[in-house]
Design a protein around this ligand. Structure first.
Ligand SMILES: [Zn+2]
Length: 238
C-alpha cells in the first residue's frame, strides 16, 4: 500500500501493480519517487545549478501527528507557523497565490490563484487543502480524457482510468488494464504530463521496463530521455 491516503482530498485506494515512474527516473534505486506530496506539503526538486531559492510550491505543516505534538502557544512566543503560501505549481509554472479574506473559494484566473479564506487558525493549511481539492477536481476532468486521447492516437486502450492523490508515484498500471494517475500530474508541464500518461499506457502492454517496453514508449514519445531528466526536477529530495 503506497498510496497517499491521508488528508483532505486524498482518496482511499488499493495497492495496484505496475511500476512507479519515479524509480527509473532516479536510476532504478529506491528513493523518493518523482515527487512527494504529503497533506499540506508539496516539495519539488530544484534543477541542478538553479538558484538556491527552493522550488517550493506549497509549504505547510503536515497534519496529524506532528500537529498534535505541537506545544500550545506560549505567551510572547507562539507556536511556529507553517510557511505562508505564496505560490502553487500548476502545469509547470509557479503561479502566484493571492489571498483575500472571506468565505472560502479557490480559483485560477489570469495565471494567478485567487484564494478567499476566512482568517484564523489553520488558514494556511486550509488554503493548501483547497489547492489539493482543486487539483483533484481538475485532474478528474482532464487526466482521463487526456489518457483516452493519447491512447486512441497510439492504439492503446485502457479499460479504466482512475485519478488519485498519491504520495509517491505519478501513476501505475495494472495487468487488468486499469490506469491510475496521480492528480498532481497537473503540476507538470503538459508535455511532461503526457510522458507520464504514455509511460503508464505502455505498461498496459509491458508490465516491466524491458527493452521492448522502452522501444514502445520511444515510438509513441520521442523525447523519453529529456522527459526522464525533466521529471527529476519535480522529484523530492528526501
Ligand atoms: Zn514504468
Amino acid at each position: 500500500m503506497e498510496c497517499g491516503g491521508e488528508g483532505e482530498g486524498a482518496r482511499g485506494s488499493v495497492a495496484v501493480g505496475g511500476e512507479e515512474i519515479g524509480r527509473e527516473a532516479a536510476g532504478g534505486r529506491r528513493r523518493a519517487a518523482g515527487m512527494v506530496v504529503e497533506p499540506g506539503l508539496l516539495r519539488v526538486r530544484c534543477p541542478a545549478g538553479a538558484s538556491r531559492e527552493p522550488a517550493v510550491a506549497a509549504l505547510g505543516r503536515r497534519e496529524g501527528g506532528a500537529a498534535k505534538s505541537r506545544r500550545p502557544p506560549e505567551r510572547g512566543g507562539g507556536r511556529p507557523k507553517a510557511a505562508r503560501v505564496t505560490h502553487f505549481l500548476y502545469r509547470g509554472r509557479r503561479r502566484e497565490v493571492v489571498v483575500t479574506d472571506g468565505p472560502p473559494s479557490f480559483g485560477l484566473k489570469g495565471g494567478k490563484f485567487l484564494v478567499s479564506e476566512t482568517r484564523g487558525k489553520g488558514r494556511n493549511e486550509r488554503i493548501i487543502r483547497a489547492y489539493r481539492a482543486w487539483m483533484m477536481a481538475r485532474a478528474e476532468k482532464s487526466l482521463p480524457r487526456r489518457a483516452v486521447a493519447l491512447g486512441d492516437k497510439h492504439g492503446i486502450w485502457p479499460r479504466r482510468v482512475t485519478v488519485r492523490q498519491q504520495s509517491t508515484r505519478w501513476g501505475s498500471a495494472t495487468s487488468r488494464g486499469t490506469l491510475s494517475l496521480n492528480a498532481m500530474i497537473l503540476v507538470l508541464p503538459p508535455r511532461l504530463a503526457d510522458y507520464v500518461i504514455l509511460h503508464e499506457l505502455c505498461h498496459l502492454a509491458y508490465a516491466n521496463h524491458s527493452p521492448e517496453y522502452w522501444e514502445m514508449l520511444g515510438s509513441v514519445y520521442p523525447d523519453v530521455e529529456w522527459a526522464k531528466r525533466e521529471l527529476k526536477k519535480y522529484a523530492d529530495d528526501v
